[in-house]
Design a protein around this ligand. Structure first.
Ligand SMILES: Nc1ncnc2c1ncn2[C@@H]1O[C@H](COP(=O)(O)OP(=O)(O)OP(=O)(O)O)[C@@H](O)[C@H]1O
Ligand SMILES: [Mg+2]
Length: 225
């Protein structure tokens, strides 16, 4: 079943946050296995808070030697597999991309981040090139996800990045992960967005709306596969 892999060589681009938000949204309706392949295991430690949705399973023993096996095992039973990786470009990233059905590249809206996203795109392109030796039409679907964007103000750099990605033919999610306290609070309180205390965390509903829009677009992408 489809495997969604989050990559971006730049640390702090929002991979873990976006992967967890997506997993908790999807787990409302289906079984989801998250492979927490970051050696710091941020998603497993989030789950140790005891608020993990019932339909979410976390695998946290994957490393560069086992990632392909872990993904294959998970994908043989779970309707959706989500893989979160550590920030650095490494063998595990290449292996996970090779096992992916859809890749999400989170990036913050600055020129530097966009350059880093370009490196992630290169991993996809290299993988496609290798696969085309056996299947000339092979394509690995992917989309760039803008993260930590300001919900109120459209910064010029961001508009510029959006335009250059679009004109380079790089697909971009319409949904964005706005900069919101709630997306940090899920880790502080080790809860899904829906269980956050609205009296102590601001704009929880707006964060849920961002998360739902993102999840819906991912579901539509997966349906195309
Ligand atoms: N949409 C958001 N709103 C507010 N804060 C965010 C958002 N996305 C990420 N952050 C914060 O930015 C920091 C980095 O996010 P995150 O850990 O998700 O990135 P990452 O790409 O997984 O990083 P790493 O490469 O280190 O694994 C964290 O402190 C997180 O709380
Ligand atoms: Mg991370």
């Amino acid at each position: 079943m489809p495997t969604i892999v989050f990559i971006s060589p730049k640390g702090g681009a929002g991979k873990t946050t976006s992967a967890l938000v997506l997993a908790t949204q999807l787990a409302k309706k289906t079984d989801v296995t998250v492979i927490d392949a970051d050696p710091n295991h941020p998603i497993a430690s989030w789950a140790s808070g005891g608020n993990k949705p019932e339909r979410m399973t976390i695998v946290s023993d994957a490393d560069e030697n086992t990632i392909a096996d872990r993904i294959e095992d998970a994908a043989s039973t779970a309707p959706i597999v989500i893989v979160d990786l550590e920030g650095t470009a490494s063998k595990i990233v290449v292996m996970a991309v090779a096992m992916a059905d859809f890749v999400i590249i989170p990036t913050q809206g600055s020129e530097l981040d966009a350059t880093e996203a370009g490196k992630a795109l290169n991993v996809i392109k290299q993988h496609e090139k290798a696969m085309r030796r056996v299947n000339a039409d092979y394509k690995l679907p992917f989309k760039v996800l803008l993260t930590r964007t300001n919900a109120a103000i459209r910064a010029r750099t961001l508009t510029h990045i959006q335009n250059s990605l679009t004109s380079a033919g790089i697909p971009l999610f319409a949904a964005e992960m706005n900069e919101r306290e709630a997306f940090k609070a899920i880790f502080s309180f080790r809860k899904p967005l829906e269980l956050l205390d609205r009296s102590s965390v601001s704009n929880v509903d707006k964060a849920i709306a961002n998360a739902e829009a993102f999840a819906l677009e991912v579901i539509n992408e997966i349906k195309k596969i």
